[in-house]
Design a protein. Structure first.
Length: 301
């Protein structure tokens, strides 16, 4: 079984979906100065010539040339993370020797997963393959003028994955960090949770980033940018907002209670409404993080 020979989403559609998510995060907590967009002709360091040692298809290179990126200057501090311990891979800064190295950062687990899927397909019983049913895009007698009206994503083979079409958008670090991988042809995102459950099932790129936006808007995910020796964190799956008006060291050891306090701070400065005061909110978040850190040091001394 093969996929249709065209992209589900165009290069510009993919760049817009990803760029809109980055812009959303700059409204919430990422510095606006960290977000950068390509010049009219695309990033000059990314071309067929400079990337000829990179084992990816031309459509991947074309997308990377036109994608927005988030500066990696504050990588590893949650200041510019786009998910839990997850930094955007800034291909706009890559030098020629980087494209020629063994492979892109964070791609090893993807390659292993693709190999596992290929092995699974080889081991699939013959009668199971024959029961897959009608696949419209393999029907040579179909009305091909109507092809662009079909949503082939819904009838696609999730196991037909080609590494040459996949690119790491964001690289995870440390246990639980998220590596975010895009299949450029399918327009799917795969999320790799490092040292945990491995790659999650594919999800349409627009749905994936919409889901993350919703979680941030509802503060089901609560970012705490780093400061000084504090690397920052991102709390997830938070429920309940206790009425917390000042720091209470009794909350120090409980991550969930800590997250609820940070959540309260964001809400007190207007998030997610139009009147949200970003810089004031982040100053209050950092001050609270500092108080918690000092309380922990006092408690341990």
């Amino acid at each position: 079984m093969t996929n249709p020979p065209w992209q589900r989403l165009t290069r510009d559609q993919l760049a817009t979906v990803i760029g809109d998510y980055y812009k959303f995060l700059t409204r919430f907590y990422i510095p606006e100065s960290a977000l950068k967009f390509p010049p009219p002709g695309g990033w000059p360091n990314i071309s067929p010539e400079t990337t000829k040692g990179f084992p990816r298809s031309p459509i991947v290179i074309d997308l990377l040339r036109r994608l927005p990126y988030i500066d990696e200057g504050d990588a590893g501090t949650m200041t510019t993370n786009i998910h839990y311990k997850s930094d955007v891979v800034d291909y706009s800064t890559w030098e020629p020797h980087q494209w020629a190295e063994d492979d892109q950062s964070g791609a090893l687990s993807v390659q292993q997963w693709v190999e596992e899927l290929e092995e699974r397909k080889r081991d699939k019983p013959k009668d199971e393959e024959e029961e897959e049913g009608y696949l419209w895009y393999q029907d040579e007698g179909r009305d091909k003028d109507a092809d662009d009206e079909e949503n082939w994503f819904d009838g696609d083979d999730p196991e037909d994955i080609k590494l040459e079409h996949m690119i790491v958008i964001a690289d995870g670090y440390e246990s639980g960090g998220r590596a975010i991988v895009l299949d450029v042809v399918k327009g799917n995102i795969y999320e790799d949770i490092l040292a945990c459950s491995g790659l999650k099932s594919e999800m349409a790129v627009e749905d994936y980033f919409d889901d993350l936006k919703t979680k941030f808007e509802k503060l089901e995910m609560v970012p705490v940018p780093g400061l000084g020796h504090h690397e920052g964190t991102l709390y997830g799956d938070i429920e309940g907002v206790p009425e917390v008006h000042e720091f209470d060291k009794s909350f120090t050891a409980d991550d969930k209670d800590a997250a609820q306090q940070y959540k309260k701070i964001y809400q007190s400065f207007g998030w997610p409404g139009e009147t949200y005061r970003k810089e004031e909110a982040l100053a209050a978040i950092r001050a609270h993080a500092q108080r918690r850190s000092e309380a922990e040091e006092t408690a341990s001394s």
